[in-house]
Write a protein that binds this ligand. Structure first.
Ligand SMILES: [Zn+2]
Length: 389
């Protein structure tokens, strides 16, 4: 007789948070989250199977996942089971025994999992990787704009965040959120209608970068100048594959460089660029640092901290830098309109006047009252650990 018990499958490096979210994502059941490292056997009877995958798109050469097969049990619990995986076209998507998905060639394929008498399937599309550019490409439009950079210390493994679309998704989710939050989006530097992302191999190692501490941003700015040239019209949104202590990001205001630190100690393992409508920690940090570049928080603003260009009053403010907080936060841009965005204070700089914004066109406004998801930041990432003091 076959066992109806779900066998726990090791998480294989999937971030803890992702796994818990996936485990809780089964809708209205009261299932116990699957905790990596803690085998859990369901006492219930299997009632169905569901595949969970980060997204339905991957690039040629990319390995995604693993996809996970969840058993649904009659007692309301779910558990990862060791399903048998198959691809409708292994020439397009290869699926490993443990559910790892590899993009082999451009096309579409269906990946299925079966366990006991149940099965589930997901459709996947495989696209060409984005081209990689090591120079600023011809701009679609002139004027002030934000140019994205994927910056790797000399010794850090290249995980293709530019080629596999992660940075593009991160920027898209920032744009979605900003349009909804303040009715403005960023003037992004695009080429051929797509974000122009420059790949920059840095002349220093991750360790050297960390030792530079406060001057890391200045060095990043210099590396951008030397490596790809800079334009006085441009600000730079840098995805830096390194760290500087606990900081999740920082800015060099005079050089117009905003950076997020992808290997930061102080940032949870939330995925960067998880989806176009799934902005989270790294997207919040990028907007926070860009706001510094745009002039936030000006010294003339009431409520500005004496010690740093942040606010100390409203805990939900994206520029908040007050005491630690212990709940998940829905971040907002100057919700009181009294510190740095549309504050209306005479003779006090306002970031809403920045030329890096463009108002959202009416056709882009959410239709039928449908709002894009709010920017939820896990409590352990709040307030944002910013390198600017
Ligand atoms: Zn800051």
């Amino acid at each position: 007789m076959t066992s109806r018990r779900g066998a726990f499958l090791r998480s294989r490096g999937l971030p803890l948070l992702t796994l818990i979210l996936l485990a809780c994502g089964g809708g209205d059941n009261t299932g116990t989250p699957v905790t990596p490292g803690t085998p859990r056997i369901s006492a219930g009877e299997l009632r169905g199977l569901e595949i969970s995958v980060e997204r339905n798109e991957l690039r040629v050469g990319q390995i995604l996942g693993p996809a996970l097969a969840y058993g649904r049990y009659d007692d309301g619990t779910t558990a990862v089971v060791e399903g048998v995986w198959a691809s409708s076209d292994p020439q397009v998507v290869e699926v490993g025994e443990a559910g790892a998905l590899t993009g082999v060639a451009v096309g579409r394929a269906t990946v299925s999992a079966s366990f006991e008498e149940y099965g589930d399937a997901v459709d996947l599309i495989v696209l060409e990787p984005n081209p990689r550019y090591e120079r600023d490409q011809p701009d679609d439009r002139p004027g002030p704009q934000i140019h994205a950079v994927y910056a790797l210390p000399s010794d850090v493994e290249d995980t293709n965040l530019d080629r596999y679309g992660d940075i593009e998704r991160s920027l898209a989710s920032i744009q979605h959120w900003l349009g909804d939050e303040i009715g403005h989006r960023l003037h992004l530097d695009t080429t051929g209608g797509k974000p122009d992302v420059t790949f920059l191999r840095l002349p220093f190692t991750a360790q050297e970068g960390e030792e530079r501490a406060e001057s890391l941003l200045v060095d990043l700015a210099a590396a951008i100048r030397d490596g790809m040239g800079t334009s006085p019209d441009k600000a730079y949104a840098v995805y830096y594959a390194g760290r500087f202590g606990e900081a999740c990001g920082s800015a060099a205001v005079e050089d117009r460089v905003a950076a997020v630190f992808l290997d930061a100690e102080g940032c949870s393992a939330t995925a960067m660029g998880a989806g176009e409508e799934r902005a989270s920690t790294y997207e919040a940090v990028m907007v926070h640092e860009l706001l510094h570049v745009f002039g936030a928080v000006p010294e003339c603003a009431p409520g500005r901290l004496e010690t740093s260009p942040h606010v100390g009053g409203n805990v939900q403010d994206l520029m908040y830098a007050g005491p630690e907080w212990s709940r998940e936060v829905e971040a907002a841009i100057d919700p009181g309109r009294n510190a740095y965005f549309e504050h209306g204070l005479p003779d006090c700089p306002d970031t809403s006047a920045s030329d890096y914004w463009r108002p959202v066109d009416r056709v882009e406004a959410p239709a039928g009252g449908v709002r894009t998801p709010r920017l939820h930041i896990p409590f352990e990432d709040w307030p944002i650990r910013c390198g600017l003091h």
